[in-house]
Design a protein around this ligand. Sequence first.
Ligand code: HEM
Length: 124
Amino acid sequence: QESESFYDAVGGAETFERLVERFYEGVAEDPLLLPLYPEPDLTGAKERLRLFLIQYWGGPGTYSQTRGHPRLRMRHAPFVIGEAERDAWLRHMRDAVDSLGLAADQRDRLWKYLEYAAQSLVNS
Ligand code: HEM
């Protein structure tokens, strides 16, 4: 029998909803990141990130059912992502991760992944 997914262990959909909401509160006020977003309304972007993270961590596969293969590097190619953009993204994400109140080992696992993923999307 497979062990519980990380998605379930950290509280399921509600936890990812809180994570992404908090993260986008930061993005919405960030003069470096906000102009990168093609649509002024961040609702769609929020949903895509939330569904992607849910799928990545073992929850429902709604992201790929609606968006196809993630191909994150390709999907970020239209945006200039240098070290400053990466750092700003990670700063808001750190704030969001810390706001969840997870156990330290879960928080660290989530954070390590986000750091690694953000670095992998630097393209400039
Ligand atoms: C989409 C910026 C890192 C996951 C986007 C979009 C922008 C953006 C501007 C378009 C918004 C939209 O969906 O309409 C950035 C910047 C990053 C970064 C500046 C800094 C390194 C990440 C990381 C992840 C991620 C680390 C995953 C862990 C996604 C996903 C989408 C997205 C899933 C939607 C893709 C789609 O289905 O079209 N990002 N991103 N991003 N980003 Fe990022």
